[in-house]
Design a protein around this ligand. Structure first.
Ligand code: NAD
Length: 477
């Protein structure tokens, strides 16, 4: 299998002008399996300038039907290379192969959606009071920087690049330094599918050095970022100098609320994967569970039994549900939370230890009766740890749900439609599901309230976010 290890600039693989490559470690084997180049400021300049030329000389003015055709081709080429991309994703972050295949398919669907959206992206005609004709245009911005995290490297790269390209922008894609491979491959495959040189370029490298140089480059018009809240804050600060547009998809501490009138057995059986999928490294992880007291103990018992059945192991196996954590440092960070829970005297319903053997594995861990000031309850752990607490009163429960600085996602389990809608309206989050754990739909907006972010990925909202809105008035007398 070819491993893409270079920068992808102006339609070709390039070596950086200087610097040493970064080793990539397979988290399941703890072995280095590749070394990937890092972009320098000179490479960033070359890439951004070539993207600006590609935008001015063709991409922004390309007939919408032609852009649609190219983006559909990208989706087709991604599907043809699904297994290759899935294997790369599995090696670089330990993603279970079945999930990796699903996520590559999701990326292709995102390109299909925005390929179709190009010719359905309407403006308005406005009956202004003085008469004449007034209408709006959605115009592309120029070169946008898309900075993505390591937990869903390929789908998030597609969530950002596909609508940005569909809206007529050129893109510089920056993957996380530990998960660059599928992003680089996306650049090459999209080019093979007909994307002109310079329209999508991929620059691997460190966040602090390379990411900041990219964000502050004067030709970058917008930064679309997914990652931690602290880095999101830094990007917002850096973008403020040039009043650059930003959209930020940040951390989460999402609630899973179970009422006694729900089909709570089904909720208990299905909820472990709402927090432990991707080994808990998921911004939408339902990591705070609120269960109505009258069903709390039987719920916990069923939840723990379902958790014990999860298959943790080799990501290459089709049966594996949970792989390792992404790195030794990520596991160490999660273990600090587990240690804090132990010293606080928290009840461990299951898990809390490393399994023996190679790989950055950690048992799925269920903490019950956690104190509302405990770190595990308040902070995003980003690992396989869930906190479950009972509640008695809906209003008090909602106050605690909304006490979090985050507001990304969440679930409500109830069979009372009035309660479902009342609580869904009250939860301060950008996404909420009722009797489901689903958070992401290609066609619907995705993003957060409060410190979970600004702006939206996916749906038509994402495409709007990659445009400037222009109003044109024509006098008719
Ligand atoms: P991170 O913030 O460390 O890094 C994200 C990206 O930003 C990487 O490409 C990194 O190299 C880059 N970066 C780091 N510092 C930078 C800087 N100073 N300037 C510019 N770029 C910089 O996040 P991570 O550890 O890769 O991902 C985990 C975090 O992402 C979690 O907090 C998780 O909740 C969040 N996340 C959010 C969503 C969402 O849609 N809301 C989705 C996935 C992950």
């Amino acid at each position: 299998m070819t491993i893409p290890t270079k920068l992808f600039i102006d339609g070709a693989y390039r070596s950086p002008v200087a610097g040493r490559p970064t080793p990539l470690v397979n988290p399941a084997t703890e072995a280095v399996f590749a070394e990937v180049d890092s972009a320098t400021p000179a490479d960033i300049n070359a890439a951004v300038e070539s993207a600006q030329k590609a935008w001015e000389n063709g991409w922004r003015d390309m007939a919408p039907g032609k852009r649609t055709e190219i983006l559909f081709n990208v989706a087709r080429v991604l599907r043809e290379n699904l297994e290759y991309l899935a294997q790369l994703e599995m090696q670089q972050i330990g993603k279970p192969i079945a999930d990796a295949r699903d996520e590559i398919g999701l990326g292709a669907r995102v390109f299909e959606f925005y390929a179709g959206a190009v010719t359905k992206f309407y403006g308005q005609t406005i009956p202004v009071s003085r008469g004449g004709i007034d209408f709006t245009l959605r115009q592309s911005m120029g070169v946008v920087a898309c900075i993505v995290p390591w937990n869903f490297p390929f789908p998030i790269a597609c969530w950002k690049t596909a609508p940005a390209l569909a809206a007529g922008n050129c893109v510089i894609l920056k993957p996380a330094s530990i998960s660059p491979l599928t992003a680089i491959a996306l650049g090459e495959l999209a080019h093979k599918a007909g994307l002109p040189p310079g329209v999508l370029q991929v620059l691997p490298g460190s966040g602090s050095a390379m990411g900041e140089a990219l964000v502050t480059h004067p030709l970058i018009r917008k930064v679309s970022f997914t990652g931690s809240t602290s880095v999101g804050q830094r990007i917002m600060q850096l973008a403020s100098a040039g009043i650059k547009r930003v959209s930020l998809e940040l951390g989460g501490k999402s609630p899973n609320i179970v009422f006694a009138d729900s089909d709570w057995q089904r909720a208990a059986d299905s909820s472990p994967m709402s927090v432990f999928a991707n080994t808990g490294q998921d911004c939408c992880a339902r990591s705070r569970m609120f269960v109505e007291r009258s069903v709390f103990e039987p719920f916990l018992e069923t939840f723990v039994a379902a958790t014990r059945k999860l298959i943790v192991g080799d990501p290459a196996s089709d049966q594996t549900q949970l792989g390792p954590l992404v790195s030794a440092s990520q596991r160490a960070s999660v273990e600090e939370y587990i240690a804090a829970a132990r010293s606080a005297g928290t009840r461990f319903a299951c898990g809390g230890s490393r399994p023996s053997g190679t790989g950055y594995y950690l048992e799925p861990t269920v903490l019950a009766d956690v104190g509302s000031n405990d770190r595990c309850w308040r902070e995003e752990i980003f690992g396989p740890v869930v906190c479950i607490v009972p509640f008695d009163d809906e209003a008090a429960m909602l106050r605690e749900v909304n006490a979090s600085p985050y507001g990304l996602s969440g679930s409500i389990w109830t069979n009372d439609i009035r309660r479902a809608l009342r609580v869904a309206r009250r939860v301060e989050s950008g996404v909420i599901s009722i009797n489901s754990h689903s958070s992401v739909h290609v066609e619907a907006p995705f993003g957060g309230y409060k410190q979970s972010g600004i702006g939206r990925d996916l749906g038509m909202a994402a495409m709007e976010g990659y445009t400037e809105l222009k109003n044109i008035y024509i006098a008719d007398n």
